[in-house]
Every structure is written in structure tokens, then in C-alpha cells.
Design a protein around this ligand. Sequence first.
Ligand code: NAP
Length: 325
Amino acid sequence: MKTALITGITGQTGGYLCEQLVDAGWEVHGLVRDADDLESDFRGRFPGVTLHSGDLTSEASLRNAVMGVRPGAIFNLGGLSSVSSSWKAPVLTGQVNGMAVGMLLELAAELRRETGERLSFVQASSAEIFGVASQVPQNEDTPVRPVNPYGASKAYAHHLVGVYRRAGLSASSCILYNHESPRRPESFVTRKITRGVARISAGLDSTLTLGSLDVKRDWGWAPDYARALALAAEAEAGDYVIATGTAHTVRDFVSAAFGAVGITDWEPFVEQDPAFMRAQDAPNQVGDASRAREVLGWEPSVEFDELVRRMVDHDLELVRAASSN
Ligand code: NAP
């Protein structure tokens, strides 16, 4: 049986990765900030998953988890994942998203020296490392030039993964483009839109307030991105862009979400507020996942309209459940 240690197992993508590895027969361990708090929830959902208390800022707790579990693969999905929050906490973002990766890589290298066996390290990197990219679509050779503290922290981690790979560790950096699902927190624009549309459709709200509608993102289905991480652990180590290759604007997302509840004339329901506009925003993120297709055999499985519809349907269900209580 293969053994995985996942950081960020309570997050959107970590949860999907956990489910997929358990289904594939892996022994799964997760690093969480308070294992006692989550133990019964996880026990119910995943009888085989073992949780370990630890924080990405604590070398001692990372050492306990890595040396205690002795995994064959470490998936590092833990991190501060909000670009806007990273401006408010740039130092903590650097510690959690950047320096912790150095600690984990060094522990992985130490364990590999001890056992002499292959140990895969898979990093959840981000399209934000490219910032205002010099090319569209971006690929693994696009210059790394972040424009926000989140992107800078992920860029540092991305380079560290390359450093340890060149030193002999099977370390991969999956450069993930935006991926969404009903498990995305409401602080992210996609979920804010689908929740807002569900509430407007139920007559609970009359407006949805957003920032720029012109920002373009390459949005994919989160379980597909978890699958890419699992594939990377078993493949030749490298950098892999994970993206659909198609960009849509926030306006497209809004239109698709209202379309899913049968509202075509949606403009009267949407307000724009400069407070939600970000000064430094990568304007045109779209990824070329050719290498992932060739080497990992990875393909996205859910189209944009279907992704939006699934999120809206989920939020409609939540609205219905809340009103029947
Ligand atoms: P998420 O839902 O925000 O989950 C983040 C996870 O990190 C949570 O489990 C959180 O635990 C954990 N975490 C945060 N700070 C920690 C700390 N100090 N010590 C230990 N754990 C900590 O993120 P996601 O959407 O699943 O994304 C997973 C990874 O992919 C992240 O690294 C993100 O930056 C990266 N990524 C995501 C996207 C995307 O579109 N989703 C795109 C590119 C890259 P708690 O439950 O305790 O908060």
C-alpha cells in the first residue's frame, strides 16, 4: 500500500485529493492544525485517514509528521490561498507558503537518504507566479514574475522545488490555474457569484456586488486538479502547468451563473464597487497544459458552463435547505 502525507487536507483541493487517494487504495495521513478537533468528522467520512496535528510554520511539527508517517509521497497543499489576504499578511504568507516548503523538502530529502527509497514531493504551485505574464498562454518556461505577495511566496516555493529536484529528489511543482467547486469558500469570487445568484433567484437578495468584470481567468474543476497532483506523484518529476487552456472573464462567469437559473438579462442585478478591484491583478491568466497531457496523461473533464452550473445547483440546494428549516 502506498502512503501519502497531505498538508491542507481540510481545504477545497486537499479534500478531493484525500478522497481520490483513499479510493485508489492509498494509506492517507493529513497534517491539520488541530487533529483532536477534526478527528471524529474525518473518522466518519474516511475511516482510514489518520490526522496529525501540526502547523506549516513549525519545523518540529513537520518533522514529527514526516518522520512519524514515513510517507512515499508528500503532497503540499497547505497554504494561505487568498491573493487579497496576502497583501494584509505578506510575512505570514511567506512563512506558510514559502519557508515551510523549504522545511518539508529538507525533511523529504533526509527521509529519502535514510530509507534509500523513492519519495515523491508534489507542490501545489500557482499561476500567480507568472504575474503579468510575458506570454499567453503560459507554460512551464514562462518567466516567473509575480505581482503580489501570494505569487512571490509561491514563486519562492516553486524555485525551491526545482533546487531539490536538481539535487536528486523526485519533486514536482504543479502550476495550478484557478480551480473551483461547491467547496470553494465564499470569499472567492466564483463562489460569491454562484451563492449570490442562488439567493437572487430565490428572491432573498436583489444585488450582487463585484469588482472588475474584465479580469480573465482559466477556471477548471477542482477534482480534476487534485487528480493531476496524484498523477504527478507517480510520474517523472518536473514542473507541470495544470489548466484548461481557455480563459473566461468574470463577466462570462456571471452570465453563465445567471443563465443557469434562467435569467438572461442579468445586468440590473450586478453592481460594481471599486473596493473589490485589485490594483495589481494578473490580467490574462491562461495555461498551456500540453506537458501534463503528454507526460501525466492528464485532461480536464468538466467544461466551463457545466462547472458553473454545478456550483449554482449546489448553492440553490443550500438556499432551499435553509428556507425549509
Ligand atoms: P484552501 O481551501 O484555502 O485550503 C488551504 C489549506 O491550507 C487548509 O487545509 C488550511 O487549513 C491549510 N493551512 C493554512 N495555513 C496553514 C498552516 N499554517 N499550517 C497548516 N495548514 C495550513 O486552498 P485550496 O483551494 O484547497 O488550494 C490548495 C493549494 O493549492 C493551496 O496551497 C493554494 O495556494 C494552491 N492553489 C489553489 C488554487 C485554486 O484555484 N484553488 C490555484 C492555484 C494554487 P485550515 O483548515 O486549518 O485553515
